[in-house]
Design a protein around this ligand. Structure first.
Ligand SMILES: CCCCCCCC/C=C\C=C\CC(=O)SCCNC(=O)CCNC(=O)[C@H](O)C(C)(C)COP(=O)(O)OP(=O)(O)OC[C@H]1O[C@@H](n2cnc3c(N)ncnc32)[C@H](O)[C@@H]1OP(=O)(O)O
Length: 720
């Protein structure tokens, strides 16, 4: 928990010890409080050095304790007593000093950090503010503007940046604890008043007032409905305008408004869901911690369209050699220039003069893939083309090469069976732009080996992605649910809504972008191609089939009609919105779209009605969650948390709402069930509004918490 020892005769060394990250659980707080008082009252001790075990200072509060009844001593009195002491207290920071850990460090009189240490207040990412004086001490140390930026974004700073900002007094490359002990010996007897941050007054200049006002406006615009960033600014305003003790009272009042909020719960749920996603398992008993990934030094990327380019950039930035293959010279040239441009801009942003282009080989020949460890295929979503390619890859690549497909929804197993190495085929579904988006769905087919899954997940981690293992079905998890979300959005247009109205409601809910803006950005032709390939449109459809009816259920031809007119979204200057030019980025409501919708409704005898915001949210999000329950029941996703991670990291779902499954739980499963029943009654031709059996059983079982849902799956089987 925390250890006490004496060194150099007069120095008390207090070592936090709570693996893996020395979080400040109740027992740790109790021990450190006792030990610190012992050190501060022991006449033989002249200075104290505080450090953490195993190269980590402290990652802050134990997040697992949030939401439980409070126990153990608070941190504020400990920090106060430490700071008020006449004996110098020096923090020796290795690894991380985060949240409550940094608050303790700020209560010390001096801070020495290892060059590789990172410091910060990430509380905002957990729906909180620094609540043990951090919001009052940091601005007194580094000024309002810098503190505002760090606390409202949760950004961590390197030791070097911390030194520049004045957060730490010294950065060391060698032994941090030894340096801190020497430092402590040196400062014994020096006056400490100026080192007590609570004694300082941050000057509240006109500038600071403007910074806070601007900060509040910026935060409100970016927060997408999240409370914590706004409350962070309020806490900083208190630091700037009130004496320390009143500022502390305000900090306490403010954190109390957040601590039990649904947003804090959702964000803390996301923290653990993201980490649990790494802990995959297969029905064979293979798991993340008993499966060995293969070494990947050299990767082949086939196809240099948008996805292939982003994947190539991601790999190169992670220091991995890439052989990028295109079939046509012109495409190759375009792709090469795009990749080099992206790497160049990235290097410039990081102040690096030379992008790592030496890791890249561009070629028109598949033969050059003979020696790669893994291939990521990123060609068009055309099964015939992919099958040909996989057959050829099998002949070209060495027998141990893993063959991965970046398909966004095609059958991974159908590709595996054309190869002689079925166990080495997995899906690696990146999200556009692949060098930016965090999500990676690792699609495990029935033949995929644990080694292949482990290799894809480990590679994803090296690329900085959040990997989630999912089963093989059309659209996997993300796009399978997305289809129903899109269908609801189209139906809402048929019934009377406008694209910008639906988008506004979704953005107010917290989505990064409304669904119609996203469609315009991705290109309407993407879905068009998929619908053609799946026989929903095209020559295979019986000409007698009504336009708004497919495969026994309601269908909206709206996006097909737009595509037929060449309205493909941003790239054509027109989609659900109007753009100034083809390739324009700024969507404007399109009067022609409104006329088009009016004509469409009258052609099909649809009487437009006012669609309320709550209906947009309910139909879109409950339809998604309902499909999520089916996905769980079918074993395509192992946990509801995995589905939520996919939505938060790949589809712009607001993190402070936890993900579609968590949101359904927060709304109340009984309410979701009842609303789905209501909508299904109104739209019996939309089968996916019919409540899923798992949802019904969960409600019958009294709506257990999310992590118990799997226990209610009736015939537990897994496609994973
Ligand atoms: C009502 C009761 C409340 C009691 C309050 C007590 C008073 C405390 C006083 C002040 C409170 C201040 C607020 C805070 O401090 S909030 C916490 C702020 N800190 C964070 O947000 C840090 C979160 N952690 C991270 O960012 C990373 O984990 C990091 C430390 C950078 C390490 O990253 P990495 O090396 O990639 O490793 P993992 O992320 O996989 O983490 C390893 C395992 O450690 C678990 N973990 C990490 N941090 C915490 C934590 N703060 N609490 C509990 N557990 C934590 C993580 O889940 C991993 O576990 P596992 O291996 O099982 O998956």
């Amino acid at each position: 928990m925390a250890r006490y020892s004496r060194t150099e005769g007069t120095i008390a060394l207090i070592t936090l010890s709570n693996p893996p990250v020395n979080a400040l659980g109740a027992a740790v707080r109790r021990t450190i409080t006792d030990i610190m008082h012992r050190a501060l009252t022991d006449g033989e001790v002249k200075a104290v050095v505080l450090c953490g075990e195993n190269g980590t200072f402290c990652a802050g509060a134990d997040i697992r304790e949030f939401g439980k009844p409070p126990s153990g001593p608070a941190l504020v009195p400990l920090i106060h007593d430490m700071e008020a002491s006449e004996k110098p207290v020096v923090a020796a920071i290795e690894g991380v000093a985060l949240g409550g850990g940094l608050e303790i460090a700020l209560g010390c009189h001096y801070r020495i950090a290892h060059a590789k240490a990172r410091l910060g207040f990430p509380e905002v990412m957990l729906g909180l503010i620094p609540g043990a004086g951090g919001s009052q001490r940091l601005p007194r140390l580094i000024g309002i503007p810098a503190a505002l930026e760090l606390i409202t974004t949760g950004r961590l700073v390197s030791a070097q940046e911390a030194l520049k900002l004045g957060i730490v007094d010294q950065v060391v490359d060698g032994n941090t604890i030894e340096t801190a002990v020497k430092f402590a010996l040196n400062v014994i007897g020096r006056p400490l008043l100026s080192r007590r941050l609570s004694e300082r007054t941050p000057a509240f200049s006109v500038d600071a007032a403007a910074v806070l006002e601007e900060g509040m406006a910026r935060v409100k615009q970016r927060a997408r409905g999240a409370f914590a960033p706004v409350v962070c600014v309020q806490a900083l305003r208190a630091a700037a305008t009130l004496p320390y003790s009143r500022g502390m009272e305000t900090e306490e009042q403010l954190i109390n408004t957040l601590i039990d909020s649904s947003q804090a719960r959702a964000l803390q749920y996301c923290f653990f869901a993201q980490r649990n996603a790494r802990k995959w398992s297969l029905p064979s008993g293979a798991r993340w911690n008993n499966s060995k990934p293969r070494a990947v030094h050299r990767v082949g990327v086939v196809g240099l369209g948008t996805m292939g380019r982003g994947i190539t950039v991601s790999l190169v930035k992670a220091g991995i050699s890439v052989v990028a293959v295109e079939m046509e010279e012109k495409q190759m040239d375009l792709g090469m220039r795009a990749v080099l441009g992206m790497l160049e801009r990235d290097a410039q942003r990081r102040g690096d003069t030379r992008p790592p282009t030496h890791l890249l080989t561009f070629t028109l020949s598949l033969q050059q893939l003979g020696n790669v460890d893994l291939v990521i295929e990123a060609v068009f979503e055309d099964m015939a083309l992919k099958k040909c390619l996989f057959t050829e890859l099998c002949n070209v690549c060495k027998p141990s090469t893993l063959l991965c497909t970046n398909t966004s929804g095609l059958d991974v197993d159908a590709l595996a069976v054309v190869t002689h190495r079925r166990s080495l085929v997995v899906g690696m579904h990146f999200f556009a732009p692949a060098n930016v988006m965090k999500l990676l769905e690792v699609v495990c087919g029935p033949h995929s080996s644990a080694e292949a899954v482990a290799t894809a997940m480990t590679l994803g981690k090296r690329l900085g992605k959040v990997g989630v293992v999912v089963g093989n079905c059309p659209g996997f998890v993300g796009n399978r649910m997305m289809k129903l979300y899109l269908d609801q959005a189209y139906f809402l247009l048929e019934e009377g809504a406008a694209p910008e109205q639906v988008d506004q409601v979704l953005e107010e809910f917290g989505f990064t972008m409304g669904i119609f803006k996203v469609s315009d950005l991705s290109g309407l032709d993407v879905g068009w191609r998929v619908r053609k390939a799946s026989g929903l449109i095209g020559p295979d459809v019986n000409p007698k089939t009504p336009s708004r009816w497919r495969q026994g259920c309601r269908y909206s031809p709206l996006p097909d009609l737009l595509c037929e007119q060449g309205h493909l979204g941003q790239k054509s200057g027109r989609g659900w919105y109007l753009y100034e030019t083809p390739g324009g980025k700024e969507p404007k409501p399109d009067p022609a779209m409104h006329r088009f919708l009016q004509e469409y409704r009258s052609r099909y005898g649809l009487t437009p009605r006012h669609v309320h915001a709550h209906e947009v949210i309910e139909r879109c999000t409950y339809a998604m969650a309902n499909e999520g329950f089916r996905i769980l029941e079918e074993g395509i996703a192992a946990r509801a948390e995995d589905i939520d991670v996919i939505y938060v990291f790949g589809y712009g779902w607001p993190r402070h709402r936890g993900g579609p499954m968590f949101h359904a739980a927060q709304v109340g499963l009984a309410t979701v069930l009842q609303r789905l029943e209501h909508y299904h009654q109104l739209h019996p031709d939309v089968p996916h509004l019919q409540p899923s059996p798992l949802l019904q059983r969960l409600v019958e079982a009294g709506s257990p918490p999310v992590h118990h849902w799997r226990e209610h799956v009736q015939h537990l089987h897994s496609y994973l």
